[in-house]
Design a protein around this ligand. Structure first.
Ligand code: SAH
Length: 216
């Protein structure tokens, strides 16, 4: 598969939809969504639908998030170029690519070996370079590289991962879906002191579950 004028045209329509219908206004997010070829991260049978606001199955029974969810999470993160961002749940690497297009320095963790391998290969193919890609359990974060300016969790956690909050800079933000398997609420935590956080709520979503340990 390639990135053709047809794909580019469809991306433009998606970006208009994200701006007008979903209400995304961060130009850094919109230009990143316009840049990243989503169809190259999914199976070719879904190619024609890649720029519709739909989730698709990826390897290891996981899913690539809806483009609107990727855009909303990215906007809530308020990424500035050069910031250090930790992503939990690399999946196929699409959200990683969007963060890289937003000129973040990205560190990403995936617990499924198949997806870790897939995303690593895919991002290299597209000449996209996270600072570090880890095969591991995101509940532990990446202590070696902490602290981070921002943390994005792309799977739904049933409990708040305390270790991740520790790895945030003061002033840093973490966007995370929290709740049971069938439905979560999206939250943004802002670290205002060593152990103090402000918490904001952004409505109901359905993410794949955040699971402990790794799966070879
Ligand atoms: N951002 C991804 C979304 C993938 S779905 C994309 O654009 O494709 C969420 C991912 O989180 C899945 O790949 C799942 O395997 C992963 N995940 C679940 N629990 C995890 C954990 N504890 N640590 C790291 N990754 C985890």
């Amino acid at each position: 598969m390639r990135d053709s004028f047809v794909h580019k045209g469809k991306r433009k329509i998606l970006v208009d939809y994200l701006r007008q219908r979903i209400g995304i206004s961060d130009e850094n997010v919109l230009s990143a969504m316009n840049e990243v070829p989503r169809h190259l991260f999914i199976e070719s049978i879904f190619e024609d639908f890649a720029y519709e606001d739909r989730a698709f199955p990826i390897l290891a029974h996981q899913t690539i998030s809806h483009p609107s969810t990727v855009a909303e999470q990215s906007e809530l993160l308020q990424v500035k170029p050069g910031e250090k961002v930790l992503e939990i749940g690399t999946g196929c690497g699409y959200q990683t690519a969007v963060l890289l297009a937003m000129r973040a320095h990205v560190y990403t963790v995936e617990r499924q070996k198949d997806l870790f391998d897939f995303s690593k290969k895919k991002l290299r193919e597209l000449h996209l370079y996270p600072k570090f890609q880890s095969f591991g359990d995101g509940f532990a974060g990446l202590p070696t590289f902490a602290p981070f300016d921002k943390i994005i969790v792309t799977c739904g956690a049933s409990t708040l991962p305390a270790e991740l909050l520790k790895q945030l800079n003061i002033g840093g933000k973490m966007v995370i879906p929290l709740g049971p398997t069938d439905e979560q609420v999206l939250y943004r935590f802002t670290k205002v002191g060593p152990t103090e956080f402000e918490k904001e709520e952004f409505g109901a979503y359905k993410f794949v579950p955040m699971l402990g340990s790794t799966n070879q």
